[in-house]
Ligand binder design. Sequence first.
Ligand code: FMN
Length: 427
Amino acid sequence: MNLRDLIDQVRKAGHLVEVNTPTCPDPEMARLVYRYDGRPVLFDNVSGYPGWRVLAGVASTREYFAMALNVPVEGLIHKLVAALEKPVAPPVVQDAPCQEVVESDVDLTRLPILRHFPSDGGPYVTAGILVVNDPDYGRNVSFHRLLRLDERRFAARVVEKRGTDTALSKSMGALPVAICIGNSLPVLLAASMSPPMGVDELAVANALSPVSVVPCHTIPLHVPSDCELVLEGHLTRTSAPEGPFVDLTETMDFVRRGPVIEIDCITHRHDPIYQALLPGKLEHKLLMGMPKEPTILAAVSRVCHCTNVVITPGGASWLHAVVQIEKKGSEDGRAAIQAAFQGHGSLKHVVVVDTDVNPYDPLEVEWAIATRFQADRNLLILTDQPGSSLDPSGVHEPGKKARTAKMGLDATIPWGADRVAFEKVRY
Ligand SMILES: Cc1cc2nc3c(=O)[nH]c(=O)nc-3n(C[C@H](O)[C@H](O)[C@H](O)COP(=O)(O)O)c2cc1C
């Protein structure tokens, strides 16, 4: 389902907040998106940017993903697993809505790019996905926050050793890049995944829900044909200060140098919708965390029978997970903890529960810890592990992977115990 169809669906369901009064992208919009966190907000009247609408929050609950992928919420993880296992190359079309208007006279200040906090380094593109081509691995698609520097340039945050960084490090000069904004949820979800190198994220998106691609005007890349806006340009070998920026953990990320992107051509729809997301809030969290659920599920399934995995928003949707297993042996809980850390390298704390505990409900998970867990028997602590760059409590040294302690709680019913003593009564 494309973005516009989803907007219609959430409007019909009565979830869409439509703001018709003039609203400014700096910083009035961010305040309203924050107020309605968990609901899509469409700004129909953007002060200073005639012809543009702005959308945020459309990826802020699992229900919207379920709507877009036409599966129940509990089925999402299995849909992701299936798409990762069998990506389908997207068909190429020659005419596309995202190219209805072509502008070679580039001026990025004409786009309603939000500034989220007065302390941010400037206006930031937050829901843009970057398409690049790696000479060895082919197309790579991923999210990168982009600080607008001036009329033609951005500074990008490009995490080392991932797809974009790997492709850039191989290019002798500038690397062609297409920045796509206003994407369907399947495309956004696929872009936030890290499948093995060589797997095309747009083929994963197409396996989730049909997506076609169109050739760009000025660079040898293809982009999702029904996105709203495409910025065609080059990632350069020059860098500029990038930050500060409030990130996933809702704490301030510091200033680093990031590669500069120069834009040569802009294409968009006749009546474009600029898509934004509020850093650190539900939409950012879900898009970061959900793609890690299938990778943890796959890792835990290698050691025991794993029935579900939920990355929880209280753990910044990155550092905490609940793993649900059907226990078939005394060591399953402990094995599941170790495997979960393999399935998501940035995971810091994990709770393992039985199938009678709803992993989406924090009260039920805490109940399982309260009634099934003993710290001297069921706690696994690992010291000095590779950790997340996003966790301010980790040990961070420039140029080195962050270090952290990790903890796993086996909150499953002890093997061989009388289950009746542990199972919740039915009221
Ligand atoms: C909303 C959102 C924002 C992100 N911002 C960045 C970013 O600024 N820089 C970055 O390197 N990765 C960022 N990521 C993570 C990458 O998109 C993600 O790790 C991606 O899957 C990397 O894929 P790759 O390993 O194929 O390159 C972000 C992810 C999400 C969901």
